[in-house]
Design a protein around this ligand. Structure first.
Ligand SMILES: Nc1nc2c(c(=O)[nH]1)N[C@@H](CN(C=O)c1ccc(C(=O)N[C@@H](CCC(=O)O)C(=O)O)cc1)CN2
Length: 312
């Protein structure tokens, strides 16, 4: 029987650490870290995620504020709001929930958040720093995935990892994090030829294609570790909807360990957002900011270099 990697429990432990970090900042006389969430439109899933983020902030003592904007908002108005938040000293983290409505240029909006407050790690500066191993803020889902993998495997050197999905939010950044830890990474996607044969070689599978039950049991090598990032809502037998991952969970009992959906990667995304916010606040306060440091592997967080220059 495969072990279940309990994302809720691991996220809970991370939240305890984050709460302790917040308490320490406050005890040292600093205001509690502040996170601002921007939600445009009424996408039901986004509403759920934003609500969970705000509730999670309350649990750990992070101050949060919300900007709920109609889907008719202009891009210019959104950029004006972000420009104001960028210079607000009470705001340490800004996140804009995606997807955004079609008339808005998502890249332009995410790129308008100053990198130091970009707690989602989506700004091109943070993306570039991650891909060059030179610091910055790491996107929440990939950071959570790394923490989940490390509950099962300590040293990733030489491990064969197959990532399914090449999104900017998950596939590409997680591939970079894995490479930083000397894993051998193959990035694939739903158009990759011979996907089952490629996946069958993997010691670790990160399934992030957004395709329900794509990864079947016969794709999985005995003893592999499976991280299922997919969350798709499908009709259930009882007439209600249910959440399904990218992995046929019932067929992979020969794996070493697998994350469930729900209760695997999802809760880690929110826990990592909180820890990224505290780290952004610590950097703003000048607390324990390790200038020119490389990846802090325990946290997966990269710090900014003082000069902003990139090493060779
Ligand atoms: N600005 C951002 N937008 C989006 C991100 C992101 O990291 N930043 N990621 C996703 C959505 N997301 C966070 O925003 C997210 C997805 C899933 C979960 C989660 O806890 N899922 C639960 C199930 C939830 C349910 O019942 O529907 C689970 O897997 O157990 C949290 C956050 C896209 N947008």
């Amino acid at each position: 029987m495969a072990d279940i990697i309990d994302g809720r429990a691991i996220a809970g432990q991370l939240d305890e650490q984050t709460k302790a970090d917040v308490d320490a900042l406050v005890a040292a006389g600093h205001p509690a870290p502040g996170l601002t969430v921007i939600l445009v439109g009424n996408d039901p899933a986004s509403e759920v995620y934003v609500r969970r983020k705000i509730e999670a902030c309350e649990r750990v003592g992070i101050r949060s504020s919300e900007h709920r904007l109609p889907d008719t908002i202009t891009q210019e108005a959104l950029l004006t709001l972000i420009a104001r938040l960028n210079v607000d000293p009470e705001v340490h983290g800004i996140l804009c929930q995606v997807p955004l409505p079609e008339h808005i240029d998502t890249g332009k909006v995410l790129g308008a958040i100053v990198p130091e407050k970009d707690v989602d790690g989506f700004h091109p500066v943070n993306v570039g720093r991650l891909s060059t191993g030179t610091g910055g803020i790491v996107p929440c889902t990939p950071l959570g995935i790394m923490k989940l993998i490390h509950t099962v495997i300590d040293d990733l050197t030489g491990k064969d990892v197959v990532v399914i999905g090449k999104s900017n939010i998950v596939g590409k950044p997680v591939a970079n994090l894995l490479l930083e830890e000397e894993a051998t990474v193959t990035v694939t996607h739903i158009h990759t030829h011979g996907l089952p044969d490629i996946v069958r070689k993997a010691d670790i599978i990160v399934a992030a294609a957004g395709a329900p039950r794509l990864v079947r049991g016969f794709w999985v090598k005995e003893g592999a570790v499976i991280i299922d990032v997919g969350i798709t809502r499908v009709p259930g037998e009882d007439g209600k909807t249910k959440l399904v991952g990218d992995v046929a969970f019932d067929e992979v009992q020969h794996a070493k360990a697998v994350t469930p959906v729900p209760g695997g990667v999802g809760p880690m995304t929110i826990a990592c957002l909180l820890s990224n916010t505290v780290k952004a606040a610590r950097a703003a306060y000048g607390v324990n900011t390790d200038v020119n440091s490389d990846i802090d592997r325990d946290s997966g967080h990269h710090t900014f270099t003082a000069s902003g220059s990139l090493p060779n």
